[in-house]
Design a protein around this ligand. Structure first.
Ligand code: PBG
Length: 343
């Protein structure tokens, strides 16, 4: 015998009212409502654009693995910085390609280096934009590691931090507002702070690459910077990507050593660490959307597999949602333009 007491016969009082489930979609109906309740906003002033400089004049040589990014000379790099400042981008992060390499990465700390020359030119234009130096040696050493090697072929930590400190002082002298040590040597922040203070650069800030994993996503950068290690890998100094608690220890150490800003790298693979850093430390938190993250989006977009603009806005938005207040991204100029359009 069939039952006749089916809900089909009941009056339509609405299942929502009956069960009390929430009406989340009310606030998703229109652009205006969505904008009203948006929790995170990316502003151009939070973005930092990496720039690769080498000696010369008038250079603008595209980098194959990083579409839209080029090797510049100090003059064209200063032009680029001016364009970025005009777009409201918050800062530039300079990487240098040396004329010659050696075991110590000597040119990194040479006041006539391409990075130093570029800082002087940017400074001379009086741009309203933060000038940041990547402080590392791997672009400058003939073996491609982030510091001088010891007898056994490992990076000699304590000689490396002396070289990094000398490099930071030279960058500060040339006009860097912020130095960003990225070599993952123990004690690098303390050594740089002490050297800057001793040389009269107490106002130069340190953005510590505090949590830097030995990531596969740096691949395109190493082509751009000519910094692939000639043997071995960086796992003896960069962190195992499997480790998050270790990342927190590294960050705590950098805070204790005097870091002014903590940087997490890479970005999307490190969202948990960005959130952890934001919860635990009351310093500005930066994140680096690295070359491989950018190149993936570029490559898929070129094939029509991703909507480039939407993918970049979403991924940088996710990095900000996780807790970063500063995002280093190769798409800074495009993002700044898009964000202005929306505003
Ligand atoms: C220098 C440095 C690297 C990156 C930033 N600073 C390369 C590396 O550690 O191998 C990577 C940036 C990127 O992939 O966009 N040590």
């Amino acid at each position: 015998m069939m039952t006749t007491a089916s809900t089909a016969d009941a009056p339509m009082i609405g299942i929502a009212a009956a069960t009390g489930f929430a009406r989340h979609r009310r606030l998703r109906r229109t652009d205006a409502l969505r904008e009203l309740v948006r929790e995170t906003h990316v502003r151009p002033s939070m973005l930092v654009a990496p720039i690769f400089v080498r000696h010369g004049t008038g250079l603008r040589e595209p980098i194959n693995a990083l579409p839209g990014v080029a090797h510049l000379s100090p003059d064209t790099a200063a032009d680029e910085a001016e364009t970025l400042a005009g777009l409201g981008v918050g800062g530039v992060l300079l990487f240098g390609l040396p004329e010659g390499k050696d075991g110590q990465g000597s040119e990194a700390s040479d006041d006539r280096g391409a990075v130093q020359e570029t800082f002087r030119r940017i400074r001379a234009r009086g741009l309203s934009l933060a000038t940041i130096a990547d402080t590392c040696l791997c672009e400058y050493t003939d073996h491609g590691h982030c510091g001088p090697l010891d007898q056994s072929g490992e990076v000699d930590n304590d000689r490396a931090i002396d070289r990094l400190a000398a490099t930071a002082v030279s960058q500060a002298r040339a006009g860097a507002d912020i130095v960003a040590p990225s070599a993952m040597m123990d004690g690098q922040v303390a050594a740089i702070r002490a050297a800057l203070d001793a040389e009269g650069f107490a106002t130069t800030a340190i953005m510590a690459y505090a949590s830097k994993h030995a990531s596969a996503f740096y691949g395109p950068f190493r082509e751009a910077a000519g910094s692939a290690p000639s043997f071995g890998n960086r796992r003896g100094y960069q962190m195992d990507p499997a480790n998050g608690r270790e990342a927190m220890r590294e960050m705590a150490a950098d805070v204790a050593e005097g870091a002014d800003i903590l940087l997490v790298k890479p970005g999307l693979p490190g969202l948990d660490l960005i959130a952890g850093a934001r919860a635990r430390f009351d310093l500005p938190i930066a994140a680096y959307q690295v070359s491989g993250e950018y190149a993936m989006i570029e490559a898929a977009s070129q094939r029509g597999w991703l909507d480039r603009r939407a993918a970049l806005l979403e991924s940088v938005g996710a990095i900000v949602r996780a807790g970063a207040g500063i995002v280093i991204t190769y798409a800074a100029a495009d993002l700044a333009g898009w964000l202005e359009e929306r505003a």
